[in-house]
Design a protein around this ligand. Structure first.
Ligand SMILES: Nc1ncnc2c1ncn2[C@@H]1O[C@H](COP(=O)(O)OP(=O)(O)OP(=O)(O)O)[C@@H](O)[C@H]1O
Length: 262
């Protein structure tokens, strides 16, 4: 895996490396029932999970096992029916709508389908998350530096619709990083990419996570993607059925043994 030097900061401050603390994440007995017409679908069932500050955790499981719902309740995009979600000392499930919106501004989200504004430039997309907040720095400068850090130095002014899938995902990662998140949530971040481009995006995510020290939670159903993280949590039918560190220097092997995937 490529590693950037520590002097090559991603966070947009000049003057070298600027690592900041990740947020610990703690879920206690979290359940979430989705309604589908008359039916009730248990998306999360009594999930208890502790993630340390700065950990990188893959959440794996088959389609419908609750991976996205888990990320959504951690990131205040959805609210559990029961249980508690604490992120960096904040009781997320108790936040008002307004407070949840403020909380989300400090979380980096990366989605499978990028969720960018396609008619705007790469630069404008990265500036957008900084617009609602009072800042004492130059937004455009920080956005430019963040795009440079994800390898898009030459594409600032390009319309997102004209970029390749891999470039679009890099813009989405820059958009997530520009707020200097203490928590990065990535939902199938390589799901729409070919394997080579997907590997490059994964390398980038692993690099920024290691450089900046934020907590990262990455949902995937691919063993090779999960192997980029230091711990794998397996979900099935909304419940945690496995939780393994990936300590082996051959993570694919460890993952296969630990989870039966791959
Ligand atoms: N907004 C929603 N309304 C109704 N049902 C939902 C909603 N979101 C998720 N579900 C259901 O909850 C269950 C868990 O879905 P979730 O998307 O969290 O799983 P997943 O593991 O991320 O799946 P995939 O890998 O296919 O994205 C599924 O049965 C899904 O159909």
């Amino acid at each position: 895996m490529r590693r950037r030097s520590h002097g090559d900061a991603v966070d947009g401050r000049s003057g070298g490396h600027d690592r900041f603390a990740g947020a610990p994440v703690s879920l206690r007995n979290v359940s979430r029932l989705h309604r589908q017409g008359a039916a009730k679908v248990p998306a999360l069932v009594d999930v208890t999970l502790d993630i340390e500050a700065g950990e990188s955790v893959a959440v794996i499981g088959p389609s419908g096992s609750g991976k996205s719902t888990l990320l959504h309740v951690i990131g205040a995009m959805d609210r559990p029916d029961t249980g508690s979600v604490v992120v960096g000392g904040t009781r997320v499930e108790q936040l008002s709508r307004r407070a949840a919106a403020v909380f989300r501004r400090g979380v980096g989200f990366v989605f499978q389908h990028y969720h960018l504004l396609p008619q705007l430039s790469a630069l404008d997309n990265v500036v957008v998350p900084l617009m609602p907040v009072q800042v004492d720095f130059d937004r455009v400068r920080r956005a430019r530096e963040t795009l440079d850090a994800v390898g898009l130095g030459a594409r600032h002014e390009a319309r997102v619709a004209d970029l390749s899938g891999g470039e679009q995902q890099r813009v989405a990662i820059a958009r997530a990083l520009v707020v200097r998140p203490r928590l990065l949530l990535a939902d199938e971040p390589t799901g729409a990419l070919d394997s080579r481009t997907g590997d490059e995006v994964l390398d980038l995510l692993a690099e920024v996570q290691a450089d900046q020290g934020m907590t990262m939670i990455l949902a995937t159903h691919e063993a090779a993607v999960a192997a980029q993280c230091s711990r794998v949590v397996s979900l099935r039918d909304g419940g945690v059925v496995g939780d393994h560190p990936l300590w082996d220097p051959r993570p694919d092997e460890t993952l296969r043994r630990a989870t039966g995937l791959g």
